[in-house]
Ligand binder design. Structure first.
Ligand code: HEM
Length: 199
């Protein structure tokens, strides 16, 4: 398992010197992209929800926000290798690599870019994508999916409705290191942020 996981991680570039430059380049790009998406999410939230508490049922009326959340889950890929399973018929071990679908070049228009339009049609309506499976698939898929999705939606919208997020004074956005902590999961590292009230 360990050798298999390591060789896969190496295939993704882990441990190679060149990956540092690539990650830094990606960070600069993401900061710009996130800034513009933050503005668009806030505009949609103000227009559709205003200042009242966001409810789960608002999701249908917030396609852009929904697309940003889906794209964040796709792109963040927080559980690259799903849990291992064994088939009941002949005991074959199966280790799904969720990265292989979440970043599949034949499924996504821009697999390696944060691109919320992956989940929007030409009229700006939300579209489901078969290759969106951060919770895995089948009978043993994540049991907490609906809870996790509701939490992501309500936290994300409630925070963005009230605050604009910036780095602390003296820190430039390009100084933020957005590369994940590498482990069995890809976790965000901790950062100090300022939440500036929008009211
Ligand atoms: C964004 C958050 C989450 C992600 C991306 C996630 C993802 C996953 C994945 C990929 C699996 C493996 C599925 C498989 O074996 O094929 C899993 C299993 C599981 N998850 Fe989650 N999960 C999340 C949150 C949660 C939460 C909040 C709960 C509980 C309240 C939860 C409970 C479980 C349980 C119980 C399993 C094992 C299911 C089984 O083996 O039958 N998860 N999760």
């Amino acid at each position: 398992m360990r050798r298999f996981a390591l060789s896969n991680l190496r295939d993704y570039g882990m441990g190679k010197k060149a990956s540092e430059e690539k990650i830094i380049e990606e960070i600069q790009y993401l900061i710009k992209v996130f800034e513009s998406h933050e503005d668009q999410v806030q505009a949609e939230l103000s227009r559709v929800v205003g200042s009242r508490q966001v409810r789960a049922e608002d999701r249908m009326s917030l396609p852009f926000t929904d697309a940003v959340i889906h794209e964040t889950q796709r792109f963040a890929n927080i559980l690259p290798i799903s849990l291992p399973h064994i088939t009941s018929t002949d005991g074959t071990p199966v280790i799904p690599l969720l990265t292989s679908v979440l970043w599949d070049e034949s499924e996504w228009e821009k697999p390696n870019t944060f691109h919320p339009a992956h989940f929007l049609d030409k009229d700006g309506k939300f579209v489901k994508r078969d290759a969106f499976m951060p919770f895995s698939a089948g009978r043993r898929a994540c049991l907490g999916e609906s809870l996790a999705r509701m939490e992501l939606f309500l936290f994300f919208t409630s925070f963005l409705q009230r605050f604009r997020f910036t780095p602390p004074p003296g820190v430039k956005e390009e100084d933020l290191d957005l590369s994940p902590a590498l482990g069995f999961t890809l976790q965000p590292t901790s950062h100090e942020l300022c939440a500036i009230s929008r009211q």
